[in-house]
Design a binder for this molecule. Structure first.
Ligand SMILES: [Zn+2]
Length: 493
């Protein structure tokens, strides 16, 4: 069943007190919006152009021309972008929508507002863990400007199946329920083959997080997966025989799993690896590496003390990150100097292959996987972009990966580029992100201007589908949620 606008709203309202937790949308729509005097990073890798005046009507970019200070502008809203940079809204390919953490509910707009305030205008939810019906309903509400949220592309975790026929039926059922794609973890090879065959037949894209299993990146690419998340299955396909784990290794022990994952790139044979990525390339696979969610492994102290936690991290989110063997990704007990060194080396090899993949023409994207391992929504996506730069990419390429490459991986032909005819998905940044990607952090940066240190940066406005959001105002709402949650804690009996 395709969920119509009204059905989505009814569904949404039918689940109290959920609807009541969602405040009215604050985004503004104008018949005609003009962004004046902006330097433009178009998101395709082209150099900066401008200053331009950009006209937005009906959610689309309808005109772009050289800024002329003497020309009068008629519009319902004019944004003066002097000194600012316009870039496409960010596409976070790995953004889990979360309404609770550590067993405690959070304001439902907490994650959405952290994303929007960082210029993220599209997210793919790789799993729809809050329920496919809910995520599909939120996607509709977001599109209609009834909630403040990025454009949501709901992928649904494939639940597994007992037989190949059942796998096929489940693929069709998930598509009928509104899934825009499937997220697939470990499956027996016959179930994987049937699931892929059916998904390809009905045109449902598949994202894989392969973990460690019989299916590796070679088999997945040949079967037609659209994206490979993280890195699982890629070095594994270039290791003859099993991985060299300690003999006491147990995959279901989170500490074992994450610790020894840090040795896998070293074990891969470079010649075999070269052939593996050529196969991924031949099959048009996008690689969404999500570097930043693993960064704690190479520097735990840094990860635990990020400056944005002070104002923007809910207490239950921080508690979830703390070591506990019962929680996914919360494995940092007995995390040693040797572990960090192993992971730092692992990062170097991994990054060099991501660079190599892009160099051969592969589509590399930006995904955060925030909500795990000291990795906060919104901020984490910007950190991911910094790590792409560390992998050797020019900042123009990094922004391309975070915008048009993401759109390409999702098959969205009308977003991710600042160009006439494209959707008005735009971030107006208070500074030059090419000079320093850190200006994209909501917390901003210190810069020297006219001999004085001043604080600037952050995304000033996020525009999604022509809907204008005041990004610092959204961020302040988040800060208020955090203050409220801390007060509730301290006054709880
Ligand atoms: Zn994930």
């Amino acid at each position: 069943m395709k969920i119509t606008r009204n059905a989505a709203l009814l569904f949404f309202l039918a689940v109290p007190p959920v609807a009541a937790q969602m405040p009215a949308a604050t985004g503004q729509i104008y018949d005609k919006l003009v962004i004046r005097n902006a330097l433009v990073i178009d998101g395709t890798g082209n150099p900066v152009r401008g200053p331009y005046d950009i006209t937005v009507e009906d959610g689309l970019i309808t005109a772009m021309g050289r800024h002329n200070p003497n020309r009068a502008v008629e519009a319902d809203r004019v944004i003066d972008a002097a000194g600012m940079y316009v870039m496409p809204g960010i596409v976070d390919l790995h953004g889990h929508i979360m309404f609770s953490r550590n067993g405690e509910p959070m304001p439902r707009d907490y994650v959405y507002k952290l994303w929007l305030s960082h210029g993220i205008t599209t997210i793919r939810d790789p799993g729809s863990g809050e329920g496919l019906d809910t995520v599909v309903a939120h996607a509709e509400l977001s599109r209609d400007n009834r909630i403040d949220a990025p454009t949501i592309i709901p992928y649904r975790t494939f639940p597994g199946a007992a037989t190949p026929d059942e796998a096929r039926e489940k693929v069709r059922e998930l598509q009928r329920s509104g899934a825009a794609g499937l997220k697939v973890f470990i499956l027996p090879p016959d179930i994987f083959a049937a699931m892929m065959d059916e998904a390809n037949r009905i045109g449902l894209p598949v994202a894989v997080d392969l973990k460690i299993q019989e299916i590796d990146a070679l088999a997945a690419a040949q079967a037609g997966v659209r994206t490979i998340e993280h890195w699982y299955g890629i070095p594994d396909a270039a290791i003859p025989g099993p991985q060299e784990f300690p003999l006491s290794y147990n995959y279901d022990n989170e500490l074992d799993r994450f610790r020894w994952a840090g040795d896998i790139w070293r074990q891969a044979d470079p010649e075999l690896l070269s052939a593996v990525i050529d196969t991924m390339l031949a099959h048009g696979v996008s690689w969404d590496p999500t570097f930043a969610v693993y960064e704690a492994n190479r520097d735990l102290t840094r990860a635990r003390n990020l400056p944005w936690f002070d104002d923007y991290a809910l207490p239950n989110v921080m508690e979830f990150f703390e070591p506990d063997p019962s929680r996914h990704g919360s494995y940092h007990f007995d995390w040693t100097t040797s572990d960090e060194i192993m992971w730092a080396n692992n990062f170097r090899i991994w990054m060099s292959w991501v660079k190599e993949y892009a160099g051969r023409g592969g589509n590399v994207t930006v995904g955060s996987d925030a909500g795990y391992i000291y990795h906060l929504y919104g901020f984490g996506t910007i950190r991911e972009m910094e790590l792409h730069q560390e992998a050797g990419f020019h900042p123009l390429e990094v922004i391309q990966q975070a915008t048009s490459n993401g759109a390409r991986a999702l098959g969205l032909s009308n977003t991710g580029v600042v160009r006439v005819g494209y959707e008005a998905d735009i971030a107006i940044v208070n500074g030059n992100p090419l000079h320093n990607l850190k200006v994209l952090y909501g917390t901003g940066v210190d810069v020297v201007e006219n001999g004085e240190i001043i604080h600037r940066g952050g995304v000033r406005y996020t525009i999604k589908d022509g809907i204008v959001y005041d990004s610092p105002a959204l961020l302040e709402e988040v800060a208020q949620m955090v203050r409220n949650a801390r007060t509730d804690r301290s006054t709880a009996p």
